[in-house]
Design a protein around this ligand. Structure first.
Ligand code: FUC
Length: 783
């Protein structure tokens, strides 16, 4: 995959910002889970509490779930499909929902839940909480290391924790300023009972068990290496006395191979992981980890200006944000979103679930699974634009599974070809409608996720990916709708159904969001087939159907109609803004291509209001950016950057910057990161319409809108390393609210239209050439 490496200039600029602007820090240990600091290697995650006398490191492994390999399809459900549609067309929603509840839902009705793994605990017998000074707990996003420091009786102690992707382990290093001062007892505690904990012949602690009444078996393994001092074990714990330093290495594995196969041996996996790190120094592991992390993280730097507020601990900065300027907290939140993605979605692993991979509960909210009517997609909104393209790959691996499982659901529920995914999936790749017919029957989860495949192609230009991975999946998603779209008897247009506008209004035919998504899916699949020179007959068929899909319409309040009927309530402030999909993440409602729809969409967003839950604010930031209103986008950011309590808060940020949606959902963090990028750079086609399919949307040309939604709150700043559709790297510098210079590095040879402050210039870009664009759109090419 041709991910472009950036000029080292950008890396230096990032480093020059200094580590403090990329550090979260606190004056006290975490007392709540949502105050602890996350580290993750895309498979294992840990939350570091930073207690002085007692340290708790709560950890997860992505494949520890309840349940077992299972086909969730309701076999023969398609026999009720015609009747359900008939009832809906006849206005009998309740009867349709009742019938669907009986005949059309997933078996069983609910999917399975992501689980906690366990705790690595350490007790420091010589430390007394009240007698330490200089306590500092921190998370450095640039080195992806959580640290705790304090001084007691003249000795300064330090703990560093990182999760290494290359070494597949979590490393805890303990040091002290005076030799022989480190004493502690360490143990592993399981989140599942019964579990067996013992010290293996290798001297490592092994914790083995099984998720109760489920197929997943697991083992966590802890190696404790020390310099100096003594070691004792009681068969369950390891006690270290008087050491100079200690390095604890935690690995974790399960029997999960894939969604249909749980035949792996966790112990064999841990043997291999621990053998590979045995004898390696902490310095070597740390250097390898930092190099791996920074190869991704340092691709982007964002500078929004500095104020005195920056000197405060992070929790105090969140509390003070409403009353004073602290633009670098916005930059920190942006980079934290990227950090969480790197920590929870790396090639070879599972995609980031509702909580990324951080979860301390065996009954997590919404099972901490994958909700696809906004959340899973939002998780991945920042990855292309903020130069973390590889982090998208676990999602695409999951789509390969979902296309297989979803083909059974397509056949059994709709008597259709292709594949379908409804509003959730889990480790076992459930694709059938779950929970309740009024919101679980929503047909466009697979279609929406398939648009991510096309986006990945637009950003990377990777044709091999388009041919081997993207197109077969997109084609399957399109085939499903080619088989299932039905004619609305009143107006004759094609619509989806039964479905819903997430998660309100109940079961309906043809919600606006579905129509926007399917139109995009068809457009993108046709474009992909054209590039690959395949499936000419299907292209014609999809193209003809695409034109017949019921259009977006402006309703009685000047809004975009959310449903086929004009029944929107202007007082409805529901968190989902599904009918605005065509503005963002879609691009069929645009300022210059469809000015009337654009105005109506803006009106719909005004009706929905500015207050919302975590992820909903993430969506609104992106939408206000697409509405070219930076100050309004910033107002939503202000709503977001407020302290969330540990009460059932649904908005704001916890002390650790987790976006609250009890306990937290990573989508809000991702949505904010994507939204901040969208305020500075847009690369969708502002001339797009629902009917035409423009060269920009087809990937034949590129479009850059520089500083399209710059708020007054960021008068001067710079961003480097953003990516744009068309394979471009973009750096932008601005001062006093005006562009100073944009630097574009073209990854492909194609026309690039650049827009700034109402003017446009077209560059015939050549791959490998750098272009400098000034405020009056003068262009200098630097080969
Ligand atoms: C959707 C949202 C909820 C929550 C859940 C996980 O159902 O409507 O707010 O985020 O996903």
């Amino acid at each position: 995959m041709p991910i472009k490496t950036l000029p080292c200039l950008l890396v230096l600029a990032s480093a020059a910002l200094g580590q403090d602007s990329l550090t979260l820090w606190y004056r006290h240990p975490a007392s709540l889970w949502v105050e602890a600091l996350p580290v993750g290697n895309g498979r294992l995650g840990a939350m570091v509490f930073g207690g002085v006398a007692h340290e708790r490191i709560q950890f997860n492994e992505q494949t520890i779930w309840t349940g077992e390999p299972h086909d969730y399809a309701h076999h023969g459900a398609y026999q009720s499909l015609g009747k359900i549609r008939e009832l809906l067309f006849a206005g009998k929603q309740k009867e349709a929902e009742d019938l669907a509840m009986q005949e059309f839902m997933s078996v069983p009705l609910h999917q399975r839940a992501y689980q906690a793994f366990g705790d690595l605990v350490l007790d420091f017998p010589d430390v007394r909480e009240g007698e330490v000074s200089g306590y500092r707990r921190s998370l450095n996003l640039d080195t992806a290391t959580a640290a705790v420091e304090y001084t007691q009786q003249g000795v300064t102690y330090r703990r560093d924790v990182f999760a290494s992707y290359p070494a597949k382990v979590i490393v805890l290093r303990i040091t002290a300023s005076k030799p022989g001062s480190i004493s502690f007892v360490t143990a592993l505690e399981s989140a599942h009972q019964p579990s067996t904990v013992g010290v293996a012949p290798s001297g490592e602690i092994s914790m083995r068990g099984q998720v109760p009444e489920a197929a997943i078996r697991f083992e966590a393994r802890l190696a404790v290496n020390t310099e100096g001092g003594g070691r004792r074990t009681d068969g369950r714990t390891i006690r270290i006395t008087g050491a100079d330093s200690a390095t604890l290495i935690l690995s974790g594995a399960t029997n999960f191979k894939n969604y249909q196969d749980v035949s792996a041996d966790p112990q064999v996996r841990n043997d291999a992981t621990q053998a590979a790190v045995r004898g390696r120094s902490n310095e070597a592991l740390r250097a390898e980890h930092i190099a791996d992390h920074q190869a991704l993280f340092r691709r982007v730097s964002l500078e929004l200006g500095h104020t005195a507020a920056e000197k405060l601990p992070t929790d105090e900065r969140i509390a003070a944000f409403a009353t004073g300027a602290d633009p670098s907290l916005v930059a920190l939140l942006f980079q934290f979103g990227r950090y969480l993605m790197i920590g929870s979605s790396r090639p070879g692993g599972q995609p980031a679930n509702l909580q990324g991979l951080w979860n301390d509960s065996n009954k997590p909210a919404w099972d901490s699974k994958y909700t696809d009517n906004i959340n899973t997609e939002m998780n991945y909104w920042p990855v292309e634009v903020t130069n973390l393209s590889e982090c998208h790959l676990p999602l695409f691996d999951a789509l390969k599974d979902l296309a297989k499982a979803g083909a059974i659901t397509a056949r059994e529920h709709y008597n259709a070809g292709g594949w379908v995914l409804h509003h959730n999936f889990d480790l076992w790749r459930g694709t059938a409608p779950i929970n309740a017919s009024n919101h679980g029957i929503w047909q466009t989860g697979g279609a929406w996720l398939s648009t991510h495949l096309w986006e990945h192609y637009l950003f990377t230009g990777d044709r091999q990916f388009l041919r081997d991975t993207a197109y077969p999946l997109m084609k399957g998603a399109a085939l499903f709708f080619a088989d299932t779209l039905v004619k609305d008897p009143k107006i004759g247009f094609l619509i989806t159904g039964p479905s819903n506008s997430p998660e309100q209004g109940g079961l309906v035919m043809g919600p606006t969001m579905d129509r926007q998504i399917v139109r995009s899916l068809f457009g993108e699949t046709i474009a992909a087939a054209k590039i690959l020179g395949v499936d000419a007959d299907l292209r014609d068929r999809w193209s003809a159907m695409r034109k017949q899909i019921a259009p977006n319409e402006v309703g009685q309040y000047g809004q975009i109609k959310e449903w086929m009927e004009d029944k929107d309530d202007p007082k409805n402030q529901h968190r989902h803004v599904s009918h605005l999909w065509g503005v963002y993440p879609g691009s069929e409602i645009t300022p210059y291509g469809t000015p009337d729809l654009f105005k109506a969409a803006r009106q719909s967003l005004i009706f929905r209001g500015d207050a919302a839950t975590g992820w909903s604010m993430g969506w609104k930031i992106n939408l206000w950016a697409r509405f070219l209103d930076g100050d309004h986008a910033y107002r939503i950011l202000q709503n977001l950057i407020t302290p969330a309590s540990d009460k059932p808060a649904r908005a704001g940020l916890f002390a650790n910057l987790f976006d609250a949606h009890p306990p937290f959902q990573i989508d809000g963090n991702s949505g904010a990161a994507a939204g901040i990028a969208e305020m500075l750079l847009q690369s969708d086609d502002p001339y797009g319409t629902p009917v035409s399919w423009t060269p920009v949307q087809s990937g034949e040309a590129a479009f850059l809108n520089l500083l399209p939604a710059l708020p007054a709150a960021f008068p001067s700043g710079s961003v480097r390393g953003l990516r744009a559709r068309g394979g471009l790297d973009v750096a932008i510098e601005w001062k006093d609210g005006k562009l100073v210079m944009a630097t574009l590095t073209a990854g492909e040879s194609k026309p690039v239209k650049v827009r700034y402050a109402g003017r446009e210039v077209e560059i015939q870009a050549k791959a490998g050439t750098r272009y400098e664009v000034g405020a009056t759109l003068g262009v200098a090419a630097i080969p």
